[in-house]
Design a protein around this ligand. Structure first.
Ligand SMILES: Nc1ncnc2c1ncn2[C@@H]1O[C@H](COP(=O)(O)OP(=O)(O)OP(=O)(O)O)[C@@H](O)[C@H]1O
Length: 309
């Protein structure tokens, strides 16, 4: 059984410098796969190669075992792409544009009408079908962009920063639509907004300086950094030295409202030991909360540990 999308040893050089180097990853199921990376990391280069709009210097991409190099036309029929700027023609109506997009994908003429009706319905823009695209809001234009990407029911849908430039309500609607589409398609979605990936993706591929520095599930991504601080509230706050004397406590920071932040070596039973000590010494502990690192910390940690040779 072939993966839905397989990216193998993909490298690309613009003029003299490598933009990406030996990128490898696979998509094996429907759902959203987040392609994360800071500006210039190599996301668009990777996506453009996957979508067949840029020819790689080295490596291979295939969908269901069908290699882009061996059969580019059959390969491209299996992929839908929404680039950062939706490729819409402003003087077309929504319907005209979607029919045109279907023709470009070499769809059977008899299937086009039904396919247009279906994607209009799926992206909730049926009522806009006769409007000129130039008269649509940014949110609706983006829906038209997503509609053209799925018109021929491709196996893989590639969305390059699809919520960029939308207002907060439009972002919520676009995310709902992406989740819906990801029920039946493998969606590769690029973003540098970590919270967006956290909401949508089940797996993450993170690229930095042209190389994959992380590829695994969202849960693994979020658990890379163990909690290493806790905030305790004690009505009879002890001296800092007393806390530092507890094994595994590395540093203590006093906070307002009878609280302190305790930095510690990753450890399973420190909270329990602090609770016991508090009872013994009457520190009157009222709460204790672990603080775990968020996506931003993981991102910074993984980014800073990568350099392209
Ligand atoms: N046409 C080009 N010619 C030369 N260098 C390029 C070209 N396109 C991209 N690059 C370089 O390749 C590297 C990767 O760029 P790419 O656009 O793939 O990154 P990105 O992760 O998509 O960034 P962004 O989020 O800013 O779009 C960057 O160093 C960029 O300057």
């Amino acid at each position: 059984m072939h993966p839905i999308l397989k990216v193998e040893n993909l490298s690309h050089r613009y003029a003299s410098s490598w933009a990406i180097r030996e990128i490898n990853f696979e998509i094996n199921d429907a759902g959203v796969i987040g392609l994360l990376g800071s500006n210039g990391a190599g996301k668009s280069t990777t996506m453009n190669i996957i979508c067949g709009t840029l020819l790689q210097t080295e490596g291979n991409v295939s969908i269901n075992g069908l290699s882009m190099k061996d059969d580019p036309i059959a390969y491209k029929k299996q992929i839908g792409f929404l680039p950062q700027q939706a490729p819409v023609y402003l003087d077309f109506t929504v319907q005209e544009y979607l029919e045109y997009a279907a023709q470009l994908r070499l769809m059977d003429k008899r299937m086009i009408k039904g396919a247009v009706d279906e994607v209009l319905e799926k992206t909730s823009i049926t009522q806009m079908r006769n409007r000129l695209i130039k008269n649509l809001s940014g949110g609706f234009r983006q829906r038209v962009g997503i509609a053209q990407a799925i018109i021929n029911k491709p196996k893989v849908v590639v969305l390059d920063e699809p919520t960029n430039g939308l207002d907060p309500n439009q972002i919520i609607e676009a995310r709902k639509l992406i989740k819906e589409i990801a029920k039946d398609h493998a969606v590769l979605l690029s973003s540098h907004v970590l919270s967006e990936i956290n909401l949508l993706a089940r797996e993450i591929v993170m690229i930095e300086a042209g190389q994959v520095i992380f590829s695994d599930t969202l849960d693994v991504f979020n658990n890379i950094l163990q909690p290493n601080t806790m905030v305790a509230r004690m009505l009879n706050m002890p001296d800092v030295d007393e806390l530092l004397a507890i094994e595994d406590v590395q540093k203590v920071e006093l906070l307002p409202d009878h609280r302190c932040r305790i930095y510690f070596q990753p450890n399973d039973d420190l909270a329990e030991r602090i609770i016991r000590k508090s009872l013994e010494k009457n520190w009157r502990l009222t709460s204790i909360n672990m603080e775990s690192s968020g996506m931003d910390d993981v991102f910074k940690q993984l980014s800073s540990s990568s350099t392209l040779q």
